[in-house]
Design a protein around this ligand. Structure first.
Ligand code: NCW
Length: 444
């Protein structure tokens, strides 16, 4: 039997654009995801977040579901265009939604864990160049300061950014996420400004609020393995590790970008002069914890002619509905590496979970045995890591609800609660019941 200590935090997570809907309510203005999802061909099935899970209008019902799980904490994000629908124009009504959410959660004994940026940049900011424009750091600071000022007394922990790799690389290099650009030079600028806004927000929070609550960042990390022992595959794996992991880990923890990647990227990046004096110092400002979203390992092979000489290799691992390798052992290896090479900070698994093709039975049950299995394997890994003193302080299951899965629309279901998007009816899946049991027993 695996045990979890009494102060281990169990939680579940969502993000604003993926669940809220109500895109024009309460003074909200469009975000880049409204624009992107309404652009034909960008999202599977032409889906948008216009209604999503209608969480904006169903907050209380969803809080009751969260409560029924027995979680210690709930992680949600704040829609920036609700708070600043125009540049410099604060919308108090937008803030009230989150104030109420945080207060209600606390009343139910659930700690609110708040992410400031989970990819819904206001469209006005994109019109001014988005994250490519260095002024984005100032815009983000205005947003962050307002959130800290208005909500800190109700919030337990803060995350500045969720998965900067996705915001920068999927948004500006691969074009699969909003705003849909395909330019590495822009992506590296975006990544830099996102990281800089993180560092400055942490500095501001610590200075003004004297570190009342823990603050950190969440990176999406994937341990990378070469498909074979060949030199070429090892080069491919190293390059992918640099692109996905080290480009973010190194500045945050070591105050530098990885030299091998700087050299490799420089074919497409005419100048790195967007990195100004003092930036890396700010980016590596000391945080209170480190957040990791873990889903899968990556198996890579050499690809002649590919942009950075890598491509995903065929793998014989069991897969989730995203086609991602289910790899709890490699998750442990990732943590060992982070402990060895990067940080001793408490680690929160701010997301872990899986999409599967769920079936809603006529009796309202969803027997998602594959998700139960995924959950148990990863919780088991967390418990084993803690037996080895790896200091994993909490685990947030992604996601509370089936929701708008970005470029995949409503096709991919990550929820532990099934959502019928026609009726907005919620159905608790077997995985949610199993999670509630583990939390209650604090053992597996
Ligand atoms: S897409 C993605 N996700 C899912 C999303 O629902 C959530 O908002 C995110 O925080 C589930 O968790 C995160 N992550 C992107 C993973 C990128 C995979 C890297 C592919 C390599 C080319």
């Amino acid at each position: 039997m695996k045990k979890f200590s009494k102060d281990f935090i169990f939680g579940t997570a969502t993000s604003s654009y993926q669940i809220e809907g109500a895109v024009s309510a309460g003074g909200r203005a469009p975000s880049i995801w409204d624009t992107f999802s309404h652009t034909p061909g960008k999202v599977l099935g032409g889906d948008t977040g216009d209604l999503a899970c209608d969480h904006y209008n169903r907050m209380e019902e969803d809080i009751q579901i969260i409560k029924s799980l027995g979680v210690d904490s709930y992680r949600f994000s704040i829609a920036w265009p609700r708070i600043f629908p125009e540049k410099g124009k604060y919308n108090a009504e937008g803030m009230e939604f989150y104030r109420k959410l945080a207060i209600r959660l606390k009343e139910e004994g659930i700690q609110p864990f708040v992410t400031l940026y989970h990819w819904d940049l206001p469209q006005w900011a994109d019109d001014l160049g988005g994250w490519i424009n260095r002024d984005s750091v100032e815009w983000f600071m205005e947003f962050a300061e307002k959130c800290f000022g208005e909500l800190d007394e109700h919030v337990s922990m803060w995350i500045t950014h969720n998965e900067p790799w996705c915001a920068a690389m999927l948004g500006y290099h691969q074009g699969e996420h909003a705003p849909g650009h395909t330019n590495l030079d822009e992506a590296l600028k975006a990544a830099h400004h996102i990281l800089l806004s993180h560092g400055k927000a942490v500095q501001h929070y610590k200075h003004v609020f004297e570190g009342k609550h823990p603050i950190g960042i969440t990176l999406n990390l994937s341990p990378v393995y070469p498909a074979s022992g060949s030199f070429h595959d090892q080069v491919a794996a190293n390059n992918f590790d640099g692109y996905l992991n080290r480009w973010f880990l190194d500045p945050v923890f070591k105050g530098q970008y990885p030299t091998d990647m700087i050299n490799m990227f420089s074919k497409q990046v005419p100048s790195y002069d967007f990195i100004k004096e003092g930036d890396l110092e700010a980016i590596s400002t000391h945080m209170d914890f480190f957040g990791i979203n873990f889903y899968n390992r990556s198996l890579m092979e050499y690809a002649e002619g590919a942009e950075f000489m890598f491509q995903g290799a065929e793998s014989d691992y069991p897969k989730s509905g995203m086609g991602w390798d289910i790899s709890p052992n490699e998750f442990k290896e990732l943590i060992y590496r982070l402990r060895k090479e990067y940080t001793e900070l408490p680690i929160y698994i701010t997301e872990n979970g899986a999409a599967f093709d769920d079936v809603l039975e006529a009796d309202g049950q969803v027997h998602d045995t594959n998700r139960v299995d995924y959950l148990e394997k990863h919780l088991n890994a967390v418990a084993e890591l803690n037996e080895e003193n790896m200091n994993i302080a909490g685990y947030y299951l992604w996601s509370l609800l089936d929701n708008f899965e970005w470029a995949f629309g409503y096709e991919k279901r990550f929820g532990i609660v099934y959502v019928d998007f026609d009726t907005q009816q919620r159905y608790v899946k077997d995985s949610a019941k199993r999670y509630a049991e583990v939390i209650k027993n604090r053992s597996l």
